[in-house]
Write a protein that binds this ligand. Structure first.
Ligand code: MUC
Ligand code: MG
Length: 373
């Protein structure tokens, strides 16, 4: 039997409106931009993937435009003519030829897994060794920038049983104002919800030492990336002194970062993100490092649409322990879909399809409508 080859890799930038502005320490999102990756194979099967970041270059060192360009000019041509079913060989080829670029690689790896799943009639989770659950708890981020609006939003989410974990984006404002905002929300929600914060690296160690104590003393369950990813010593000291556990997010830009953070004791929780490790297979290597080191796990997001969200979810359902749940709510922040069936959220959980591949198909008309011209 002749091998099935990769024939063509195409990337499409899609701009989608968000339901409201989403305010992070480094950027306020008014829309989200997805890079959709389509891999055509010689057996007629197409795999789809997604490589999405936040705020152009505000979050990480790849932008939607650079992701598209790097796949079109570098990664794609390396894979055309290669065996579609040998994902190890394909990703090794990319890793040898291209440093970093984990977002772009994640989109490609997701598409190859989707194609292989469709080919074999298996969900991606089964290609990754098999799922140990069918759904994932999903947190919601309160980031309207207004305390009263955030409380109202949280109450609505609790009422409709969509989320009972809330992550608050802070760090853009003056620290005491941010702390008052968080404490007011926690007091309003009480024991009905888990309240956590994400500082997106905005504080320095001197501010974080006091702020983490205030947050911990006021019932905040988790503090995500309080200081710069560069300040490793500060992260280690905070991890030892904060009464609430510290989660590493921006600090992890590769599987190797995860290893050195674990070795240094710089965080007690890791945010797993396919985009920051190089795909659903790569993120599981970070998860294994964490498990071996006794670091707890959280299923993170770069606010991907349906494709990136389910690519993440198929990896996360294979994990033994996901102590802190996930935040795979990206599709719910968007007003529009480019797939024929939106992911299903029910009873605080995201359901992970058992259909072949990622379990999604593109809506060609909507994709064409929202594709950047
Ligand atoms: C981040 O830094 O965690 C995840 C959820 C959200 O609201 O923003 C992202 C990015
Ligand atoms: Mg974060």
């Amino acid at each position: 039997m002749s091998p099935i080859l990769i024939e063509r890799i195409q990337t499409i930038i899609v701009d989608l409106p968000t339901i409201r502005p989403h305010k992070l320490a480094m950027h306020t999102m008014q829309q989200q931009t997805l890079v959709i990756v389509r891999v055509q194979c010689s057996d007629g099967i197409e795999g789809i993937g997604e490589a999405t970041t936040i705020g152009g270059l505000a979050y990480g060192n790849e932008s939607p435009e650079s992701i598209k360009q790097n796949i079109d000019s570098h990664l794609g041509p390396l894979l055309v003519g290669q065996e579609a079913a040998n994902i190890n060989a394909a990703m090794l080829r990319l890793d040898k030829a291209a440093k970093g670029n984990t977002f772009a690689k994640s989109g490609v790896e997701s598409a190859l897994l989707d194609a292989q799943g469709k080919r074999l009639g298996l969900p991606v989770s089964e290609l990754l060794g098999g799922r140990v659950r069918d759904s994932l708890e999903v947190a919601w981020t309160l980031a309207s920038g207004n305390t009263a609006k955030d409380i109202e939003e949280a109450e609505r989410m609790l009422d409709i049983r969509r989320h009972r974990i809330f992550k608050l984006k802070i760090g853009a404002g003056e620290v005491n104002a941010d702390l008052n905002h968080v404490i007011a929300i926690k007091q309003a929600l009480g024991e009905r919800a888990s309240v956590r914060v994400d500082v997106n690296q905005a504080w320095d160690e001197s501010v974080a030492l006091r702020a983490c104590r205030v947050l911990g003393d006021n019932g905040i369950d988790l503090i995500e990336q309080p200081i710069s990813r560069i300040n490793r010593g500060g992260q280690v000291r905070l991890n030892q002194r904060s009464p609430a556990p510290i989660m590493a997010d921006e600090s992890i830009e590769s599987v190797e970062d995860a290893f050195s953070l674990a070795a240094d004791g710089a965080a007690s929780i890791f945010a797993l993100k396919i985009a920051k490790n190089g795909g659903p297979r790569a993120v599981l290597r970070t998860a294994q490092i964490a498990e071996a080191a006794g670091v707890a796990l959280y299923g993170g997001t770069m606010l991907e649409g349906a494709i990136g969200t389910l690519a993440s979810a198929h990896a996360f359902v294979t994990l033994n322990r996901l102590t802190w749940g996930t935040e795979l709510f990206g599709p719910l922040l968007l007003t529009e879909e480019i797939v024929t069936q939106a992911p299903v959220y029910r009873d605080f959980q995201l359901e992970v399809p058992r259909t072949p591949g990622l379990g999604l198909s593109l809506d060609e008309e909507r994709l064409a409508f929202f594709a950047r011209k």
